[in-house]
Design a protein around this ligand. Structure first.
Ligand code: AMP
Ligand code: ZN
Length: 110
């Protein structure tokens, strides 16, 4: 099992901030801002390249819940970041979206 599948299964502890039958959101272990949440589908999807018509409902559900998750952390302005693949800096090969905020964010690539 991959690291985030282990977290979903409860075999590795995490600080959960939201959970339902399809997704889990937890605090990033190495936060880059005061609020840094990782949102994952409970289904193992490697990254954006693994999204299909069959599993995209997990992705839409993540985005439906992101505003609520952000609000629960006291923010309504934030970045949603996804790294797809090694060259983009993806270190855990299980699809995830970072919610980063709680401060005035600096440098942008785009
Ligand atoms: P990425 O680099 O986009 O693949 O993001 C992976 C993220 O997972 C990094 O920001 C890590 O800090 C975070 N991370 C790694 N292990 C854990 C863990 N056990 N609990 C919470 N977050 C983790
Ligand atoms: Zn996984």
């Amino acid at each position: 099992m991959c690291l985030f599948c282990e977290i979903v299964a409860g075999n590795i502890p995490s600080t959960k901030v939201y959970e339902d039958d399809m997704i889990l959101a937890f605090k990033d272990i190495n936060p880059v801002a005061p609020v840094h949440i990782v949102v994952v589908p409970k289904l193992h999807i490697e990254n954006v390249n693994g999204i299909t018509e069959e599993n995209s409902k997990y992705v839409s559900h993540i985005f439906e819940k992101i505003p609520e998750i952000a609000k629960s952390q006291g923010i309504d302005s934030y970045r949603v970041i996804n790294n797809c693949g090694e060259d983009a800096g993806q270190s855990v090969m299980h699809l995830h979206f970072h919610i980063v905020g709680g401060t005035k964010l600096g440098e942008k690539i785009i």
